[in-house]
Design a protein around this ligand. Structure first.
Ligand code: FMN
Length: 191
């Protein structure tokens, strides 16, 4: 059992509907941390002033039209740049980009220094060694508690390096997904 799971008693995890009105933020963070996700860096802003932040709240929303979303803390310094540029790139990190995830989650005076990147025709920054990327035009922003849900329409996409394993986030830890070639069966998505 993981450290986070151990630290939560069974009683805490099985609160009744009434009790959940008092859910502690730390408990919520710990339990949600047991949901395994990939890791992305959202990049935005013009050359010379571009920045990014590490995000695991990315999800695809719609195929037609092609929509995706991520949730961004309302105090994030990325908001101003997002507004100015009108769009963003979702960079999916590979298993060997752990340090990049930490870099973009921390204080980063020189955001892109020493990090291979390029700009799309629309002027959006892309991490050149990402596992895959989507460039998006922002179409909607909804306030939800202490976060904003940013919805983007995908205008371009790419897979710079094929065959890389993804970086995964589980129980507060980052690491590459250890996948044997036969471990996963590729299936068509149901919906
Ligand atoms: C694995 C991981 C996932 C994260 N996911 C999110 C997220 O979905 N939304 C968010 O606002 N911050 C997320 N953060 C925190 C941000 O990367 C960043 O540290 C925080 O928002 C403060 O910096 P900012 O001003 O650049 O946003 C995540 C951090 C890590 C390490």
């Amino acid at each position: 059992m993981s450290a986070a799971a151990r630290s939560l008693t069974r009683a805490q995890e099985t609160r009744t509907a009434e009790q959940t009105r008092n859910v502690e933020p730390l408990s919520l963070r710990r339990v949600c941390g047991l949901f395994t996700t990939g890791v992305t860096v959202i990049t935005t802003g013009p050359d010379g002033d571009a920045d990014g932040t590490t995000v695991n709240s990315f999800t695809s929303v719609s195929l037609e039209p092609p929509l995706v979303l991520f949730c961004l803390h309302r105090n994030s310094r990325l908001h101003t740049l997002l507004e100015q540029s009108g769009g963003f790139t979702v960079n999916f990190l590979s298993g060997r980009q752990q340090s990049l995830a930490r870099h973009f989650a921390g204080r980063r005076a020189t955001a892109f220094e020493g990090i291979p990147h390029h700009f799309t025709e629309d002027g959006l920054p892309v991490l050149s060694e990402a596992l895959a990327y989507l460039t998006c035009t922002t179409v909607d922003i909804h306030t939800a508690g202490d976060h904003e849900i940013v919805i983007g329409e995908v205008v371009d996409l790419g897979v710079p390096e094929h065959g890389l394993e993804p970086l995964v986030f589980f129980d507060g830890s980052l690491g590459p997904l250890q996948s044997g070639t036969d471990r996963f069966h590729h299936t068509e998505q149901a919906s």
